[in-house]
Design a protein around this ligand. Structure first.
Ligand code: DNO
Length: 366
């Protein structure tokens, strides 16, 4: 039997239309997953800003123990000599966050981009809008994708898609040109080994987010794609401070990944500190090798994943961590950051909580 803490991702008043008081009204939510969107990647998160954020969340009657994300500077991913300075900054951010009760940091190690979708406003038959990925709609030139995103985000910045950094796309592609998967792996280990003593001392757990999608695009290396990559990560830095944000959608975007078995294994091994639970719907499952999908409502029957099995894998294997619904469609006329609708994520929470309660009562024979 597990214990989970239901959370909701929140970008902060300045970057978000969804207020903390609305989040507080979602049944079963005990905390938010927060961030400081405006701190440039690589810089230290100032104590003052962290304490103000934490106070604001506490004043709203919610907890904040997870940060998503403290992003990793490209120089660390590339392995440039300047990485040591950014690693020192990262350690200072860890110390500052720990002082205000943060327990888990979610991050990813994807070069240049965070998640990649071909469509941010894919319209479903019921009129709701969602995120979708269709390979033939991904342009050859990443600049075109960037231009497309800038028109379709409704004025919101997407996490990990900082306009200032991505303004130098050619430069970024150029400095990554000698970084293959092996090099990227070495650079991840260098980073983790350098920060682990600080994590241990300050009791902060690092939780890597899988690559989304979990395969290479634009020729960029990808190293957290499947069960073996996760196993490699856990074995290579084998301490409880090094673990995983298990994102069901990202893992399942490669249909050859067995998302249920991966969840069972790594929950059982005690290495999942944060779970992102979402459903996806494969668009062309009949075409061998096709990986196109859209992000479905959370309900099992609306997509290709069995959400009961997903929640059961966590429950049965003693999941004791933070959980959140993942992306939410835009429904009921909501206008907001693509992927982060209030209503659809709240529905996701109600549903996940329902599955959890049913599992718990069955287990206890109630
Ligand atoms: C998408 C998120 C990702 C995630 C980062 C972690 O909605 O799951 O943006 O936060 O990859 O660094």
């Amino acid at each position: 039997m597990g214990i989970m803490q239901m959370t909701f991702r929140w970008y902060g008043n300045e970057f978000e239309k969804i207020s903390l008081s609305k989040i507080k009204q979602i049944p079963g939510v005990t905390g938010v997953v927060g961030c400081l969107m405006d701190i440039p990647v690589g810089e230290v998160w100032p104590e003052k800003r962290i304490s103000a954020l934490v106070k604001q969340v506490h004043d709203a009657g919610l907890a904040i123990e997870v940060i998503e994300s403290v992003n990793i500077h490209d120089d660390i991913k590339i392995g440039l000599p300047s990485r040591d300075r950014y690693i020192e900054n990262y350690k200072q951010t860890i110390r500052n966050l720990a002082k205000y009760g943060i327990k888990v940091i979610c991050y990813n190690f994807m070069p240049i981009f965070d998640w990649i979708k071909s469509d941010l406003n894919y319209v479903l038959p019921d009129g709701s809008k969602t995120l979708a990925f269709e390979k033939n709609k991904i342009p050859d030139d990443p600049k075109e994708l960037l231009a497309r995103y800038s028109k379709h985000t409704g004025g919101f910045t997407l996490p990990g898609w900082e306009p200032n950094r991505l303004a130098h796309l050619e430069y970024l592609f150029n400095i990554y040109k000698d970084v293959d998967e092996n090099k990227l792996r070495q650079n991840l280990l260098y980073f983790l080994n350098a920060i682990m003593p600080t994590c241990e001392e300050y009791n902060i757990r690092m939780a890597i987010h899988p690559d989304d999608p979990p395969y290479s695009l634009f020729g960029l290396p990808r190293i957290i794609k499947n069960r073996n990559d996760l196993d490699w990560l856990c074995r290579s830095v084998d301490t409880p401070y090094n673990g995983i944000t298990l994102c069901t959608g990202s893992i399942a975007e490669d249909p050859t990944n067995d998302v249920y078995a991966i969840l069972e294994e790594f929950t059982h091994r005690g290495r999942i500190y944060f779970a992102h639970v979402r459903n996806i719907c494969y668009l062309h499952p009949e075409i061998p090798g096709n990986k196109d999908f859209y992000e479905a409502p959370h309900l099992s029957s609306d997509g290709s994943l069995d959400m009961y099995r997903i929640v059961k894998a966590l429950y049965d294997n003693g999941f004791k961590g933070y959980i959140r619904p993942d992306h939410g469609r835009m429904i009921w006329g909501e206008v907001g950051r693509p992927g982060y609708g209030l209503y659809d994520r709240a529905l996701g929470i109600a549903y996940i909580n329902g599955l959890w309660e049913a599992l718990d009562k069955c287990e206890k024979g109630v």
